[in-house]
Design a protein around this ligand. Sequence first.
Ligand code: FES
Ligand code: MG
Length: 570
Amino acid sequence: MNKQILRSSNWFGRTGKDGFIYRSWMKNNGIPDHEFKKPIIGICNTWSELTPCNSHFRDLAEYVKRGVLEAGGFPVEFPVMSLGETLMKPTTMLFRNLVSMDVEESIRGNPIDGVVLLCGCDKTTPALVMGACSVNLPTLVVSGGPMLTGKHKGKSIGTSEVWRLAAGLEDGSVTEEQLRSMEGDLCRSQGHCAVMGTASSMACMVESLGLSLPGNAAIPAVDAHRKVLAQASGYRIVEMVKEDLTLSTVLTRNAFENAIMTNAAIGGSTNFIIHLLAIAGRIGVSLELSDFDTLSKNIPLIVNLQPSGQFFMEDLYYAGGLQAVLKQLDAVLHKDTLTVNGKSIAENYAAAECYDDAVIAPFHKPFSDFTGLAVLKGNICGDGAVIKPSAASPQLLQHTGPAVVFENIEDYKQRINSEELEVDASSILVLKNVGPKGYPGMPEVGNMTLPRKLLQQGITDMVRISDGRMSGTGFGTVVLHISPEAATGGNFSVLKTGDIITLDVPARTIHVHLSDEELEKRRAKGQPQTMEAPRGYVHLYTQHVQQAHLGADLDFLTGGSGSEVTKDSH
Ligand code: FES
Ligand code: MG
């Protein structure tokens, strides 16, 4: 045992009044004296019936506990705020940082020696990892796992279908009845979205960072192997406490680079960028938006999952899971990064095999040469913007057209289907004020539905630009995360309908054909539309949220405060 004195002994090892208080109330659960000397393992649970993707987490936590007990630890499960992507308004992204604060203080303030994070639906993963990083105890992630593939009338479906159905409703090819008949068929088991959306990208992120046991990302939520993995994770975290294997030991710059290359190879979510930047900020690893472009530039798409490809997470699992993907990336990954099981990433994937090259392609024979994500620069995004070329239309990756500008989401909803709207397939749809401060909360509205009259003409994609995000399950030629956002009064805020914009993804640029003088003149007249909330968390958020290129964390949450608490409560 490297770790001689347990952190929890600061509570349970005490004598006198304080030790009495710490132990006595715990004993109302029937805990015998000797348990207090064991490593105390927190199980941070985002179970909620309002987060359907995480609804099996009470069951999963029991398997983590089995492993903790088996290894001689003492498990304590605790709840934190959960974020359900489908129900929560105005957007879960508004509350990611709030959850991270809940997680950070819950871990630090309590007698916990090591922690297992139960993560599933999109924001629950980054929120929990961010909070845990700011404390930096031995930490291990268990993901909830993806749903089984949706099956509807003989066809496989996943969340990306939602965006096709939305367009079909607009052009009349899909009826409300048809839509309803799919509801139960799309989400037919517990677990998170079954495509390579944000939740799956986050599960792959933790595995490629080394924060989970190998195999964690792809095992379906309802597959018995996930229970086995949960139990093994519970066992392992006790050993990690003894080894004092903290988060910062695992989360090195090289681990982040591995995660970025992996996300490119799997066609992962654009949201990955924002979350990974925020996590890096918490653990103190220097990472910039441009790193995502540099590191993913030469990584081809080797995983054939929707929305960039054809298949689903269940297929990825049967094809060998993420370990088989990592093995294909052997030539580019940093091989010696340490993972939570005490082995290097390369030692872990050495035994992996690919069982289906229609799902996982060899590195030298990829599905596409387009990398997962590209970072753009130009006069409307001085601090950058993001596009996912693998999910875009190849013919639109270099495109010049006139802007059709919507000042905010209400303006978009009001005018997008108006007969008077002057728009054709060459137009570029611009949506402002959906950024971190502007909405507020940076919602997933960037892949805005096309004008009905163009959908009816059979148009399926157009260049769209916004300071918002899009769902990781979304697709299209969509430029996102414009930074600085419109609400801060930069050049993006002064775009007008009719301005000519050029997108050139191979050159990594996007710019409006206006002189610096003209832009400056417009800026001087402009009125930024920041939404000031009078009270509550949203007030705090709008005052302190940083721009997308910095990960949209609150400025005062960057970094960590360690695990020490010097003052007592009584
Ligand atoms: Fe929870 Fe998609 S809605 S992961
Ligand atoms: Mg999502």
